[in-house]
Design a protein around this ligand. Sequence first.
Ligand SMILES: C[S@@+](CC[C@H](N)C(=O)[O-])C[C@H]1O[C@@H](n2cnc3c(N)ncnc32)[C@H](O)[C@@H]1O
Length: 346
Amino acid sequence: MKCKYLDHQICVRTTGEYRLCCISVEQQNKENVTTHNIEQWRNSKIHTEAREKFANNEWPDACAKCRIQEEQGQESQRQKPRQYGPGISHLDLRFGSNCNLKCTMCYPATSSSVNQDHKELLKRGLESPWGNEQFPNYDWYTDERGDWLASLPDLREVYLTGGEPMMVKGLHSFLKKLDSSVEIRFNTNGTIINPNVYEELKRFETVNMCFSIDGIGKVNDYIRWGSDWKSIEQNMFRWAEFVKYKSIGPTVQVMNILDGHNLEQWAKQHDFEIWPNMLYNPQYFNVKNAPDTIKSQAKYFPEWVSQDADEEQQKLFVKVIHTFDKLRNTKINNYIPEVAEAYGIN
Ligand SMILES: C[S@@+](CC[C@H](N)C(=O)[O-])C[C@H]1O[C@@H](n2cnc3c(N)ncnc32)[C@H](O)[C@@H]1O
């Protein structure tokens, strides 16, 4: 067995921690871009043992997600038909947790703005959906690290996410270091167009942008708190003027499962692909735990929707929404009334 991610990709989390890949489930790795270079990471125990296991036709524990998918007869991440190698051809980079949005389902370690809300709740002595743990904001990009990442000789694709990748201070200077044949792939919230980055990206043969859009209009604005659908839409049209591949990547959850047809219609009308991203955690947002009134109207992802719901998670949903609405001085009823009604939120 082989895994192209292990052999040909470097994946770095918002914290700077190296990961076997973006879906691997190993415990926290001590190897971090701030302390280890790529060679040290690839020679580490966890990386070496994972490669050895594949060579012996065994699954590393950390690769459970791919193993389960393959055992169920589905195509796993490692089997996706994308050409990797030779050498380190692909980078998957989250330059830090700086983000301007407070997406309802996101985490303090992934968005500095969510972290701000988390800190505010704890300061006020209120229960936070993210528990009592304190999180720093992460921001590991430096020009020097950008240099050694960009100078990998076999580089063919750089995938940038975050945090919000468009907020990285060094983004423009990092892009300048890359050869124009390198494919640049973004997962972005679409709220920011930095003119320097916009112009720089025109130089690349292939720019691939996936916009995280979770609904049209108010559905998006409620879930992706801090964003404004109309201005994101305008930004997407501007990027579409030159990017080669454009798509939207909705994170599918209880609050937008009924908005799928609007997203589909919008994508068709404007010629964007759709790459759905299924939300697994937090469980109270997982579509399997939606109330029956939502499930009975849901037309997408029947294999998720048909799973038994945990009613405790529905109670938790109501509690968490109350917390957000109080903190943000909003009411879900004014944004996604059908979801408010399904949960009995007045
Ligand atoms: C964390 S964001 C970072 C990149 C960028 N800021 C953006 O919004 O695309 C990457 C993706 O993760 C998704 N996401 C947020 N919370 C999630 C969760 N609990 N489960 C699965 N995906 C989630 C976002 O909607 C987005 O599509």
